[in-house]
Design a protein around this ligand. Sequence first.
Ligand code: URA
Length: 434
Amino acid sequence: MRIPELIEKKRDGRELTSEEIRFFVEGYTRGDIPDYQAAAWCMAVFFRGMTRRETADLTLAMAHSGEMLDLHDIAPIVVDKHSSGGVGDKVSLIVAPLVAASGLHVGKMSGRGLGFSGGTVDKLESIPGMRLTLSLPEFKKQLKKVGLVLTGQSADLAPADGKLYALRDVTGTVQSIPLIASSVMSKKIAGGAQAIVLDVKVGRGAFMETLPEARALARAMVGIGKLVKRRTVALLSDMNQPLGHAVGNALEVREAIDTLHNGGPADFREHCLTVAAHLLVLAGKADRLAAARKLATAALADGSAWERFRAFVEAQGGDVATIEQPERLPAADLVDVVRAPRSGYLREIDAREVGLAAVDLGAGRHKKSDPIDYAVGFVIHHKVGDRVVKGEPLFTVHANDRKRLAVARERVLAAHVIAAGKAAPLPLFYGVIR
Ligand code: URA
């Protein structure tokens, strides 16, 4: 088999065989296929798509590119949740300790930032000392001891996704249903989770901008989950405006800490409780969503979710003092409050523009080798539908460079649309795919 022929075959819209897909995934993981050919292959998939069979083959080949964890000796059921990617989406930082505190074992595989969307691994790395590439024995040991473990892709676990994810991030090949579905589900399958809740985002700050596209992605992933006999549910959730207020790694960790202390923005808290409730029902901890929600609400209120987060950070080498005193997390030198230029109602806060502006400030990458500036980002003070009064704070920019700050300020100001007439708030969820 020759890789140029596989690229041409997909470029011309033909279906790849299972062997051809395995050949590509194994060759790229080993380093035999260079980035430029893998990027061309991803671009061909981006434009031509994949059949259901090809997507399932790609997912399984990526999952099998490393070890496949079997965690039955640790817990009867291990759970995981995954977002398809959004702006200000720090839900995993709450839901994982929350359901762990409610008695579930959470073995989670996460990714870094991707395009305009942030990634859980980058967010957690803003806590000094945090280790997010764990060996398999470390993963298992911590799952047993703490009931909660989180790792990125590694040479052991889903290495094909680790490489393809980093490549897609900087080659314009993120927004593809087969590439997202295989990336998400390969991690979940390799990580050994038996019950998986997928938070599929839809809107301007998501990789799927419309509901039909998001539904198609959700169905593709739930279908793969069924194929490998994992209990899988997908929620369709709004990502037109940033989730919560904070966008940017350390800023989002701070907001997560507030939420784990039973505070945080109302929309974000509500979102987390809903995702957690679905996970608790899926894993059999509660038979109805209402009962599951009570469990989750109690774990936030009684401090047990926070305690579990603290134990998790400590177990993975994070400096606990920085989460106990979040003012010690990385902080930007320049903090600029931008005020509303007129009074009215917020009709739109374009999450994609906010996400891209955060990447430009240094919160994400333009090239694979770009370092992350953990301190930078935005705090967006309002939600769509809010009334704002001229001169009141609209958002705050956290930056480490004056020029970048000035550009980000204008971009995020333009992302806020203030209209004279009332605007309806956005819903949090649009549906569930089982
Ligand atoms: N999350 C992932 O893990 N992969 C994607 O491609 C998008 C979101």
